[in-house]
Design a protein. Sequence first.
Length: 140
Amino acid sequence: MATTKTCEAQQMSLRAILVKVIDGWALLGGALLLIIVAVTAINAAGFSANVIARLWGGTVPGLPGYEDAVQMLVGVAALAMFPYAQLHSAHASVDVFMQYAPARASRIIIASLNRARFTAGNTIWDSPFSVGNDHATPQI
């Protein structure tokens, strides 16, 4: 009986730690989005300043590498928010298409998505290049 309570306490503390990590990760994704907004505003201001500077023969360059940086940061920010969405069962595509569907259809779709996610996770874990495999080279 004491062992069961100890295991339950350890699981609860692990869950609490994971929830805090996931919340922090999502906040990091939000901070990245704020950085993207700030960099975009600075770049847009640079283009506006360039229009004005050209009236007097000058130039104001845009931020070098802006497009690449924003593209990378958007991807990282979006992926940083996925665990939070998963934790709270928030699926944007399901919400958009299934808000008027019967409850049974919603349960079937969510069960299918969870099964696909589980299968994909196992496939990645068992691949020759995965962290969970002890082989350094692929098996041919």
